[in-house]
Design a protein around this ligand. Structure first.
Ligand code: HEC
Length: 271
């Protein structure tokens, strides 16, 4: 029997697409129907810091940690991010599936200074089907990535950035990162999602993220530590590049200064 004739393949593909779509929505539905009673999805980091560390949760009066905080903490504390990402995903999903049925603060992966503002979550035993649990676990696991895609800076391949840098007169930033690098993740969360920084990056820069466990750096660049930032200034007339290396993790204020200094340095060489 010829199943994969052209006539048949379209319904098969459409069918597969629908399953994927339905499955992707299910986690979000479970969040909206159940988890959202207590958990907000995302609150910017500077507000969370003010709320938990300066105002004892009186500012936002959160009923529970945000899904984004949970997603981030679990990836830091559960399993080994240097291992296969799929294995960590399974371990994290297993943690969530267990926690929502058998919540116990002893198992908590949250920063204790944040966890202490909350009583233990009530068990959701009997309220969710196995499929719901699987869907919501994946939703929470993926949330951290999703928020970066929505609110962070879009990363470009180096070749694209190089072409655009000349045309749009922008500075390229190459971020050298690694999956096990805690300071890279800390900077992603605390600095590279900040609204002022994201706005400035989008306006004046083109960002290239190189995960050193998978790829090598362009322009024969080398690093001793992660994260390291390279600021690449491209001269549109003669194609020459000037490179400034900034190793290490930075606070929001310092990184903003570094960005502004780079813009000033570029203006100087341009004129
Ligand atoms: C009635 C309020 C409430 C609902 C509904 C609720 N949670 Fe929670 N949840 C909390 C509170 C409060 C905490 C923080 C205290 C704790 O860790 O037990 C928490 C903590 C968690 C943690 C553990 C974080 C950690 O390591 O400490 C996970 C995972 C979690 N919730 C997932 C979910 C998911 C998924 C749903 C929806 C299916 C959900 N929660 C529904 C109140 C709630």
């Amino acid at each position: 029997m010829k199943i994969y004739s052209k006539k048949n393949i379209i319904p098969i593909v459409l069918g597969m697409l629908c399953t994927v779509l339905v499955h992707a929505d299910r986690g979000e539905d479970v969040y909206n129907n159940i988890c959202s009673q207590c958990h907000q999805l995302y609150v910017p980091n500077d507000q969370l810091v003010k709320n938990f560390f300066e105002s004892n949760n009186t500012l936002l009066k959160l009923k529970a940690p945000t899904i984004s905080q949970i997603s981030y903490s679990m990836k830091q504390k559960i399993g080994d991010p240097r291992e296969d990402a799929d294995i960590q995903k399974m371990e994290v999903s297993a943690f969530i599936a267990d926690y929502i049925i058998y919540p116990d603060k002893q198992k908590s992966v949250l920063n204790p200074n944040i966890g202490k503002h909350f009583k233990t979550m009530p068990s959701l035993k009997g309220k969710l089907s196995t499929e719901d649990i699987e869907a919501i676990s994946n939703f929470v696991y993926d949330y951290d990535m999703k928020i970066h895609e929505e609110k962070g800076v879009h990363n470009l391949p180096f070749e694209t950035a190089l072409k655009r840098a000349k045309k749009e007169d922008k500075i390229i930033i190459i971020k050298a990162t690694a999956p096990h690098c805690r300071y890279c993740m800390k900077m992603e969360k605390e600095v590279l999602l900040d609204k002022n920084i994201v706005n400035l990056l989008n306006k004046e820069f083109l960002v290239v993220d190189v995960d050193l466990s998978k790829d090598t750096l362009p322009l024969d660049l080398r690093v001793r530590m992660t994260p390291t930032f390279f600021f690449i200034f491209v001269n549109a007339e003669n194609d020459k590049v000037k490179i400034k290396r900034i190793p290490g993790a930075w606070s929001k204020e310092d990184f903003l200064d570094i960005l502004k200094e780079s813009i000033a340095a570029k203006k100087k060489t341009d004129s």
